[in-house]
Design a protein around this ligand. Structure first.
Ligand SMILES: *Cc1c(COP(=O)(O)O)cnc(C)c1O
Length: 413
C-alpha cells in the first residue's frame, strides 16, 4: 500500500491575531475596519507589524549593517514615511519615488537610486537632492558629468555591477548572464576610470543578484561572492569604497510548502564579512536593501463576496476586486506556475463548516482567479475574503485601469 501524501500547506499566518471569528488588524476586528474604510475592496497594512519586523531584523543582523527599504515594494506615502522612521535609508527606482522618499523625511545621504533607464531629468533631480546614484551604464556617467558641472555639485555615484554569478533558487533573477541591470563586471574597470576622469564622487558598489529567495545558504553564497567581486573591483576604484550594497533578495512564504527564511546564518555571514572588511575595505559601510521582506507580511487585501455560484459541481465565490487590484495573487506577476496565496474568510476564522471553493474577481476574463479550489470556511455574499502576504507588489503593481472598476483603497492602521 502506498501511504497517502498530505498535500503541502501554507505557512501559518500567525503574525495576525484572531478574536472570535474575526481577524484582527491594527487592533481592530476586520468587519469594523471595513466599516471604517467605508467599503471594499481595500488593502490594510499594520504599522505595529512593520515596526516589529524591522526590530527582529536588527536583532539578528550585525549593528554595522545599514538596512534600506526598497520602496517599489510598497510606495504608499504614509507607509514610506513610517518605514523612513525605522530603517537607515530608502532605495528608489524613479524620480517619482524619490519625491515620495524626500517627502517622507528620509535623509538624502541615505537614499539611493537604481534603475536601468534613468531619464536625464531624473538624474538631475537626484544630483540636486544629494542622493547616491547607482549608475548602470556609460551613458549615465556621461550625463552625470554634464549635470555635475551645471549644478556645481559632483554627483555621488556607486557602480551597480551585473555580477558574473546568479542568486541560486531565486524567484526572480536580476544579475548574472546578460542583463539590462547594472554594468557587466568585466566592464566595471572602464566605468571606474570614466568616473574618476569626470570627477564624479565615487562612493561604492551595488550588487543585486535576485529576489524572493527563501534559502539562507543561497543568500549567504551570493553575499560572499558579491563581497569578493566588490573587493576585486575596488582595486580600480578612484576613491575608497564607502558604501557596499550587497542587495537583499530575502523572500517571504507565499505558496504551499514554503517556509519562512532562517535569518541566523545570514546574520552570522554578514558579521564575518564585516570583520574581513575592517582590513580589506576599511571605510565600507555595508547596506542591505529589502522590499517585500519588510512589508509583505504586514499587509492584507480584503474583498467582499458579491455572489456565490455553483457551476457543474464547482463552487465560485465572486468578489468585488480581483487582478485589477492584486495581479500577483492571480498568478500573473512573474509566476511560472499559478499557485494560491494564503487566503481565509476573515470574518469566519473559526468556522467549522468548510468547503472547497474558488474565488474569482469581477473582471470578464478567466485570468481573474484569486483562489483555485482551496479549502475555505463556507462563505456567503457579504463575507470578507482576506488574501495574506499582500503588503508588497499589490496596488502599485496591478493594472487598476483594466475594465474600469473603482481604484482600490489603501490604509495604514
Ligand atoms: C526590486 C528591488 C529590490 C526589492 O526586492 P524585494 O524582492 O522586494 O526585496 C531591491 N533592490 C533592487 C535593486 C530592486 O530592483
Amino acid at each position: 500500500m502506498v501511504a497517502e501524501k498530505t498535500p503541502p500547506t501554507h505557512a501559518p499566518m500567525n503574525q495576525f491575531s484572531v478574536n472570535g471569528n474575526e481577524l484582527i488588524i491594527g487592533g481592530m476586528p476586520l468587519t469594523h475596519l471595513a466599516a471604517r474604510v467605508g467599503g471594499t475592496p481595500f488593502y490594510a497594512y499594520d504599522r505595529s507589524l512593520l515596526s516589529q519586523r524591522v526590530a527582529e531584523l536588527r536583532k539578528i543582523l550585525p549593528a554595522l549593517v545599514k538596512l534600506h527599504y526598497a520602496m517599489k515594494a510598497n510606495p504608499l506615502p504614509a507607509l514610506v514615511a513610517h518605514m523612513a522612521g525605522l530603517v537607515d535609508g530608502i532605495d528608489v527606482a524613479s524620480g517619482g519615488e524619490l519625491k515620495v522618499a524626500l517627502h517622507a523625511g528620509a535623509d538624502p545621504h541615505e537614499i539611493s537610486f537604481a534603475g536601468p533607464g534613468k531619464r536625464e531629468a531624473e538624474l538631475r533631480q537626484a544630483v540636486a537632492a544629494g542622493i547616491l546614484l547607482n549608475v548602470e551604464s556609460f551613458r549615465e556617467i556621461g550625463l552625470l558629468a554634464g549635470i555635475s558641472k551645471e549644478l556645481g555639485l559632483p554627483a555621488r555615484v556607486a557602480v551597480r555591477v551585473n555580477p558574473d554569478f546568479e542568486l541560486k533558487s531565486s524567484g526572480m533573477k536580476m544579475g548574472g548572464g546578460p542583463k539590462q541591470f547594472g554594468i557587466d563586471a568585466e566592464q566595471v574597470p572602464d566605468a571606474l576610470a570614466a568616473i574618476g576622469r569626470q570627477g564624479l564622487a565615487f562612493e561604492g558598489f551595488h550588487l543585486f543578484a535576485g529576489s524572493q529567495n527563501l534559502k539562507a545558504e543561497a543568500i549567504v553564497e551570493a553575499q560572499c561572492k558579491s563581497y569578493e567581486l566588490a573587493l576585486r573591483l575596488s582595486k580600480d576604484a578612484p576613491a575608497p569604497v564607502r558604501f557596499l550594497n550587497l542587495g537583499g533578495g530575502f523572500g517571504i512564504p507565499y505558496f504551499p510548502g514554503e517556509q519562512r527564511l532562517d535569518l541566523a546564518p545570514i546574520g552570522a555571514n554578514l558579521a564575518a564579512l564585516i570583520e574581513r572588511a575592517k582590513t580589506e575595505l576599511p571605510e565600507a559601510q555595508f547596506v542591505i536593501e529589502l522590499g517585500r521582506y519588510l512589508v509583505g507580511e504586514a499587509g492584507i487585501y480584503v474583498t467582499r463576496i458579491l455572489d456565490r455560484k455553483v457551476s457543474r459541481g464547482q463552487t465560485f465565490l465572486v468578489v468585488d476586486g480581483g487582478l485589477n487590484h492584486h495581479l500577483a495573487a492571480s498568478g500573473n506577476f512573474g509566476q511560472v506556475i499559478r499557485k494560491n496565496y494564503p487566503v481565509m474568510i476573515g470574518n469566519k476564522m473559526h468556522a467549522v463548516e468548510k468547503e472547497i471553493a474558488s474565488v474569482v474577481g469581477p473582471l470578464c476574463t478567466p485570468l481573474d482567479l484569486l483562489v483555485d479550489r482551496m479549502e475555505l470556511a463556507r462563505a456567503e455574499p457579504g463575507d470578507l475574503v482576506v488574501i495574506f502576504q499582500s503588503g508588497a507588489y499589490g496596488a502599485s503593481a496591478s493594472p487598476q485601469g483594466f475594465l474600469g472598476h473603482p481604484a482600490v483603497v489603501e490604509v495604514l492602521v
